[in-house]
Each structure stands twice: as C-alpha cells, then as structure tokens.
Ligand binder design. Structure first.
Ligand code: SAH
Length: 198
C-alpha cells in the first residue's frame, strides 16, 4: 500500500510514511472488509460513513507540514485512522466526532494500539469545537464542508495551516488555508470526495 499507492503518487515524506507503516489499517475497517484494508479505496464503516482512501490520508498529512511541537485539531474522527497517524507526528491531537458511537470506537482502537497518549477525544459538532483548547497550529477537517467555516479559521494560530475539503456538490476541492500576518491565503490542492460535514 505504501509503496504502490502512496509513495508512487508523490507522498515521500519519510516521517509520514513511517507513521502510516505503524498503523494496521485492518483494525479500522469492518470484519467484512478486512481483506480489502490495503486496497486503494475508501471503505464503508457504518451508515453513510467511510474510512478515507489511504492516499488521501497520506497526502493530507504530508500537506499539513506537521512539527513535533504542534497542537492539532481534527474534525471528523470517523474510525480514528487519520488520528492515529497525526498522533505520531504532533505534540497533541484534539479530535472531534459528531457520532458518539464512532468517537467511542475510535478511542478504544487507539487505546488498544497504544497510540492514544497524545490524543483527546470529544463527541459533538467540531465546527464549534474546542475553543478552550485552541488556538491550534494545524486544523484538519476530514468531512466535506459546503462553505468555509469561519468559526474554525478563527481557531487557527497566526502562521498556522488548515486543510479542508470545500464544495457544494458531491465532490469538493481540498483547500489549504494559511494565516500569514493576519492575511488569509487559500491554496487549492486536489479534488476529493468526502462525506458531508454536518
Ligand atoms: N478521518 C476519518 C474519516 C472521516 S469521515 C477516518 O480516517 O476514518 C467524516 C466524519 O466526519 C464522519 O464520521 C462524520 O460523522 C463526521 N462529521 C460530520 N460532520 C461533523 C461535525 N460537524 N463535527 C464533527 N464530526 C463531523
């Protein structure tokens, strides 16, 4: 998976690839899909929910330019697969999931893999999020938003980066937002398809 789907398509950051290597993706997918855990696709993990395609997870992680001192906010914990990778590269990860059951299962998985030490879990609406824990160096939204949620941009530190899929149709454009001297710079990255941010 790492060689053929991720590195071959341009994600070559060694720390990112090492972090992915340490997370068994089969633990995050349903039993019926386990034989497909390392295929190049998103997989269903519940009603209307998916675990993201491995390449997309790797790509977003690389584009976040994480440093070991960073405080990261993740919106849309889902299975916790992306969380497990972020947790190895940052100082702390605050992850929010709307669905309380998914949030609970993700927390259990990361605990079992001993990857939960730097992670705080919460269930609720991520857009209103975790104001008392912010501002954050990095924000990653792993659900498609119709518009730019200003409440999230407000929680970004000066010099910080946020990656978010934004679009009104079935597909979105993944955007990287950078705050530089109070000025917001938006960089379109790639087209993608996430479940909607509710
Ligand atoms: N990164 C995940 C996949 C996320 S799928 C993984 O690796 O498995 C998107 C998730 O966003 C879904 O679980 C959905 O319930 C959640 N979500 C949607 N709207 C949300 C909101 N407003 N706040 C928090 N989570 C939200």
């Amino acid at each position: 998976m790492i060689r053929n789907q991720i590195a071959a398509r341009g994600v070559r950051d060694k720390d990112v690839l090492d972090a992915i290597l340490r997370v068994p993706r089969e633990v995050f997918v349903s039993t019926e899909c386990r034989d497909q855990a390392y295929e190049d696709k998103a997989l269903p993990v519940g009603p209307g929910q998916t675990i993201s395609q491995p390449f997309i997870v790797a790509y977003m992680t690389q584009m976040l330019l994480l440093e070991s001192s960073h405080r990261v906010l993740e919106i849309g914990t889902g299975t916790g697969y992306q969380t497990a990778i972020l947790a190895q590269l940052a100082a702390s990860v605050y992850t929010v999931e709307l669905d309380a059951n998914l949030a609970h299962l993700a927390e259990q998985r990361l605990a079992r893999l001993k990857l939960d030490r730097r992670v705080a879990f919460r269930s609720g609406d991520g857009v209103e999020a975790w104001r008392n824990a912010g501002p954050f160096d990095r924000i990653l939204v792993t659900a498609g938003s119709q518009t730019m949620p200003e409440a999230l941009v407000d929680q970004l530190k000066c010099g910080g980066l946020m990656i978010i899929p934004v679009g009104r149709g079935k597909t979105q454009m993944m955007l990287r937002i950078r705050l530089r001297n109070g000025v917001r710079v938006e960089q379109p990255l790639i087209a993608c398809r996430f479940v909607p941010l509710v």
